[in-house]
Every structure is written in C-alpha cells, then in structure tokens.
Design a protein around this ligand. Structure first.
Ligand code: UDP
Ligand code: MG
Length: 315
C-alpha cells in the first residue's frame, strides 16, 4: 500500500486539481493507496474543501491540526497516520507533479532503496529563490555532511520502517528529508519535473526560510558554535595585537597621532559589538531550540481525523 502525505496550509485554490490529478495517477498505478492531507491551521477554505472531498474520494483521509505548526511537523502528523508500506510526501501547490509518483516507487523497488529523494530538473520559482537555494544547498551539504543535491524538494518516497523511526524520534525542529538520512542506509535521488505554483502564493517568506535553514543547521551540526568559539579566540588575539600596535605607534609618533585614531577605534568597536551581538544571537537560537526540546511539547497536535471509518477515522 502507498500513502501520499500532503501538508496543506491555505491551498484552497489548489485542492480540487490536486486531488483530481492524484486520483488519476494512483488509480492508473493500480496499487492500494491512501491520500493523507494534513490541514496545517489553514485560515482559508482549505479544511472545508478537504472534508467535503472525503465523500467524493474514498481514499482520502484528512488530518486537522489544532493550529499552524509548519510544513515539516504537518508532514510528521501525516506520517503518524500513514499505513502504507511506502510513504510519499509532496506539496499541495502542485509544484511537484503527482505524475512522478509511480516512477519514484519503481526506482525504490528496483533498487531496493529505503528512501528515494528528488532533484528538481528545472525549478519554476523566482530567480532570487533559485539563487538563494543554490547557495544554501551547498552550505548545508558542507555543514551537515549529508549528501543531498536538492534540499528543498519534498517529493520523496520513504519505506515504512524509516517513517516509523522518524515518528518515534521526531524532534521539535525537524527537517524531514535530512532526518530520513539518519534512519536509512540505501538512499538514492532521481530527477523530477517542477512546475509553477498552481494557485495562491508561497507560504515561505524570507523570514520562514531563514528559520527553516537554522532548524536544519542546528539540528544536524554544532558548527556554528565551533565557529563562534574559534572565531572568538582569533578575534581576541587580533584585538590584543592591534592594541599593542597602537601603544607602540603612540610612543613612536606621539599623542597627536593617536587622537586622530579615535574614530578608527570607534569603527572597530562597532564592528566588535556587532560581532558580539551576532554571537549572542547564534547562542540564543540554540538555546531557544534546546528549551523547546526540553519542554517536550508535541511538535503537532491532531484535532480530528476525517475519512474512511475502517481505519479509525472520525476520532
Ligand atoms: N505548508 C504547511 N505549513 C506551513 C507552510 C507550508 O503545511 O506553515 C505546506 C504548503 O501548503 C505546501 C508545502 O507546505 O503544501 C510547501 O509550501 P510552499 O509551496 O508555500 O513553499 P515553497 O514551494 O514556496 O517553498
Ligand atoms: Mg510550493
């Protein structure tokens, strides 16, 4: 059985076409399947549309969350309800064509892979997003040591044991494609098509992108902390050397020379103050995340499940 897990946040314009295309693909593929749409605190008519669609789509299960938890926690909520032997994740905005799903599963079965990731062949996003994500992909690959080409593409297939482990060990700030590499050994990637958003607008303004990136880096590496440590040591040595230079120059050139350095000093001071704030910010980010982890609050809360009665729907 195949489960397709889709996080949905304000996607009312995309839901009808999404479900129709998915059904066509899955019926054509001919395996037993279920579609799990997780409503991640939408404030438009998404949930309403999804619940209404249940009568039309017997394979559809709708998971309603209590509020907006974010894309990855929403996928995790879907994982917790998925019953398939293979679980496929994709976006609701039809940027990932559902037509690619059979190929994903074929590759998984033929190569006996546990995870099949994807690389977007030609990305249909704004130029800024594409450039930014190139840089981010590269840095993230270096920092985390995880060899994944395209971090942003959510069209992926996971085998059941991997999904179960991800649910069991879910952390507060999860980045699912990266987490999967912890629990799976045989991982591969294939190229897939990418389309423009069908309707509505992106849920990822710059602020959310930066936050996601930090989740990713802090969850998989301590490098920012190390940079802080060694950077701090180097900086203080430089500071000492600079102070020494100033003293010597003052003795050599006299007081008049030194007075004119006042503003240089200010500039340097500001630079260091800035660095300190930056350092504190990095620390704060970690601290905040540790705090969140320590509180052990669930990363998502399911309000209600709609769908087929036979698998425990309508809780
Ligand atoms: N999403 C979600 N919760 C959020 C943000 C996004 O469930 O807080 C879903 C969204 O509905 C979509 C997927 O995550 O199915 C990817 O979001 P989006 O397409 O807005 O991101 P982009 O493609 O612009 O990176
Ligand atoms: Mg999108």
């Amino acid at each position: 059985m195949i489960s397709v897990v889709i996080p949905v946040h304000n996607e009312e314009e995309n839901i009808p076409l999404l479900l129709a295309r998915l059904r066509k693909v899955m019926e054509g593929f001919g395996r037993p399947y279920e579609i799990i749409c997780v409503d991640d605190g939408s404030v438009d008519r998404s949930l309403e549309l999804l619940i209404a669609a249940c009568s039309n789509y017997p394979h559809l299960k709708v998971v309603e969350l209590t509020r907006n938890y974010g894309q990855h926690p929403a996928v995790m909520a879907g994982f917790s309800q998925a019953r398939g032997d293979v679980v496929v994740t994709m976006d609701a905005d039809l940027q990932n064509p559902p037509e690619e799903i059979p190929r994903l599963i074929k590759v998984m079965e033929e190569g006996d892979y546990e995870v099949v990731g994807t690389v977007r062949r030609v990305r249909r996003d704004s130029y800024f997003r594409i450039m930014a994500s190139r840089v981010v992909n590269l840095i993230t690959r270096r920092i985390t040591g995880i060899d994944m080409t395209d971090w942003g593409c959510m069209l992926r297939a996971y085998r059941r044991p991997v999904v179960e482990k991800m649910v069991a060990y879910a952390e507060q700030a999860t980045f699912i494609p990266a987490l999967a590499t912890v629990f799976a050994k045989r991982v591969t990637e294939i190229e897939v098509e990418h389309e423009q958003r069908h309707g509505g607008k992106t849920n990822y303004p710059l602020r959310k992108l930066i936050n996601l990136q930090f989740d990713l880096v802090s969850a998989f590496s301590n490098l920012p902390l190390k940079v802080l440590l060694y950077g701090g040591i180097i900086m203080s040595f430089l500071g000492m050397a600079f102070g020494l230079t100033l003293i010597i120059a003052r003795l050599y050139f006299g007081a008049a020379w030194a007075a004119q350095g006042v503003f240089t000093l200010f500039a340097i001071l500001f630079f260091f103050v800035g660095m300190q704030f930056f350092a504190l910010g990095v620390l704060g980010e970690y601290l905040g995340r540790i705090y969140r982890e320590v509180r052990r609050r669930p990363s998502f809360v399911i309000q209600r499940i709609y769908g087929p009665k036979d698998n425990g729907g309508n809780l």
